[in-house]
Design a protein around this ligand. Structure first.
Ligand code: GLV
Ligand code: MN
Ligand code: MN
Length: 397
């Protein structure tokens, strides 16, 4: 399938009214994405394999052992109402780059794999890059098995329901040691790239924290203001405190997900559970931002007779991509710009284990994690060309 046909088949999967995508792990949309990938791999005669953690790999093998392989690819899952490009662009571009290399008669000296990592967004089970974390041992499999979605379904039960063995998940050193390097192409997610293609330098440290504000559920009409223990009030204060703390530390902080119990219009809530995402160029700024938000939450919760608990659900240290590989990519592309990002990627997880680099494709609006996410076709095709050039260099030298 050509480039446009691949998009034509992939775009409708998990698309909701409003134009965004809901492609959550181990759901019907996820199965369709996996089937799409299997079909595209099959069409190209690539060997499709799924590891013990739900990650997919399509291999253009060379005779002999699978070692010193070049890995590319990205993910196909999405955030709630996610755009078309975050993840899929890296997978579609990888397959299109293989087509280009073959058209050009390139003979790889080492294997090339296209990866589709599972649960990159953490949209269903809360921990981003779960597939690559499991593969590399960055998360305890016991903890991963017990991660729950909003309905209380565990990762273990969800993967078992889809025919996988949750007892088998965990680090896969055999697979990892066969990988010589990883190059992930991704849509740039801000407005930092002014030419079609750039190279990543770093990923900001980032993490997710869960706040539980526990008060007393009660009647909205009969409970006097002075008698209330309303958890919504310290939560509201915490949102504003997050904004102020982030501004003070040149960080970003977001509270974009909240569950209110019981969520009734005429009831004071008993529990507000809300998630904080904080990122900054350096670790100290993230930690200082979160510490200030926590202090503000605790102070105001106390004033309202509300209990507050904070749990760190995930944390990713700063990632500085492999300097040699980064420079090699930039040179192959004739001096492409090199830039950091505040977005998380499987490349960040892999980079602790294998030389890793990223290519970014321009995002003219800077909108991402939203249906309006966009990249011009010309820029996407420049991305395919760039990836093909980089892969040819890595596969043949
Ligand atoms: C993933 O896209 C993230 O940055 O949260
Ligand atoms: Mn994303
Ligand atoms: Mn992504």
């Amino acid at each position: 399938m050509g480039y446009e046909e691949m998009w034509r088949d992939l775009l409708p999967i998990g698309r909701v009214s409003g134009g965004g995508h809901r492609r959550y792990s181990w759901t019907a949309a996820d199965r369709e994405c996996r089937a799409w990938f299997a079909e595209e791999a099959g069409r190209r005669g690539l060997t499709l394999e799924e590891d013990r953690n739900g990650n997919l790999f399509a291999w253009w093998d060379v005779p002999g052992e699978r070692r010193d392989a070049v890995l590319t690819g990205s993910h196909l899952d999405s955030v709630p109402d996610g755009g078309a490009f975050d993840g899929p662009l890296g997978v579609v571009s990888a397959l299109a780059a293989i087509d280009l290399l073959r058209e050009r008669g390139v003979t790889p000296a080492r294997p090339l794999g296209v990866a589709v990592f599972a649960e990159e967004e953490g949209a269903r089970f809360g921990v981003a890059c779960l597939g690559s974390r499991l593969l590399t041992g960055a998360i305890d499999p016991v903890r991963a098995r017990g991660l729950r979605d909003a309905d209380g379904v565990t990762w273990a039960d969800a993967m078992a329901a889809d025919g996988r063995d949750p007892e088998a998940i965990g680090p896969d050193p055999d697979l990892l040691t066969g990988i010589g390097c990883f190059v992930e192409l991704h849509v740039e997610q801000g407005r930092a790239l002014e030419v079609p293609v750039g190279v990543a330098s770093a990923i900001w440290p980032h993490g997710r924290w869960r706040f539980d504000f526990t008060g007393q559920g009660n009647h909205a009409g009969t409970t006097l203001l002075r008698d209330r223990r309303d958890p919504m009030l310290p939560f509201a204060h915490t949102i504003l405190a997050a904004r102020d703390a982030a501004a003070r530390h040149e960080a970003v902080a977001t509270m974009g997900k909240v569950h209110v119990t019981p969520n009734g219009v005429n009831a004071i809530p008993s529990l507000v559970r809300a998630w904080l995402d904080t990122r900054a160029p350096d670790d100290a700024a993230v930690r200082a931002t979160v510490a200030e938000i926590r202090a503000a939450a605790e102070k105001v919760a106390g004033e309202h007779g509300v209990e507050v608990a904070l749990a760190e659900e995930s944390y990713t240290q700063v990632v500085d991509f492999h300097a040699g590989l980064r420079d090699r990519l930039a040179a192959t592309l004739g001096g492409a710009p090199v830039l950091p990002t505040g977005a998380g990627h499987d490349a960040g997880i892999l980079s602790a284990h294998v030389p890793t680099a990223m290519l970014f494709v321009r995002n003219p609006t800077g909108v991402s994690h939203a249906p309006e996410e966009h990249a011009e076709t010309g820029d996407c095709l420049a991305g395919v060309e760039a990836l093909a050039a980089v892969l040819e260099d890595l596969l043949t030298r």
